[in-house]
Design a protein around this ligand. Sequence first.
Ligand code: ADP
Length: 259
Amino acid sequence: MLILKLGGSVVTHKEKPFTPHAENITRLAAEIAEADAQPLVVVHGGGSYGHPVATEYRIAEGYREPTQLTGFSKTHQAMVDLNGIIVRRLLDAGVPAFAVSPSSFIATEGGRITGIDLHVVERLIESGLVPVLYGDAVTDTSQGFAILSGDQLAVRLATGLGADRVVLGSDVDGVYTNDPKLDSDARLIEELSLSSRGGEAKIGDALNTDVTGGMQGKVAEAAEAVEAGIEVLLVNATVDGRVKAALRGENVIGTVLKR
Ligand code: ADP
């Protein structure tokens, strides 16, 4: 079983609010169809859909005042809209995609998924469908509500469903020695060993590695899957053919995370 996560930087134009990256979404739908890798679960991020609303209403900080309630719903609804676009493109490409709303069956505690009942997702997979989930605004047992990231969700689905591999698609080739957008000398690390102590992911080798921003959270989340013996591969989903090759298990430019 494979879990494919497509970053918000891939499926939306991150700088333009509520703008899907139609070209990437259509191309990736075709790549997923052509790879024909089943069983498969797709998770996508929020990019310019979820983030602007979540930030405006400070959803990630939890419940503080009633005015946030409409913001909580608007954040979720923005993700439903983006999910609708992605699922429709997958269906057009012939992938039996099926939208699954994370906030309908997942609650967090302090922003972290605790218990999760995956029976229905398992039934969908057994039926031959491709569940398509997303980072979402979810209820939270300690802070009222929270933002569940697509990265946390993808990894939790992988461990819960017993996936063999997780493919994390973003807008960079993988983990670099430094943010490649800020440092033109940054080098791609093809294999990265993680050591996890006290629940916090540490990068074992590549001492000169400076992982920040979205990539830092991604590697920290991925550590949980790596610990469970699941292979995690980071690839550039904005480059033609990379996701298809990754889904097929072919050699592809990227970073493999190891224990
Ligand atoms: P997505 O939206 O695709 O899930 P994010 O934008 O959250 O991805 O995270 C990926 C970003 O992390 C990259 O675009 C890059 O700018 C940044 N980043 C920071 N440090 C690194 C690093 N060492 N290697 C790769 N990317 C890095």
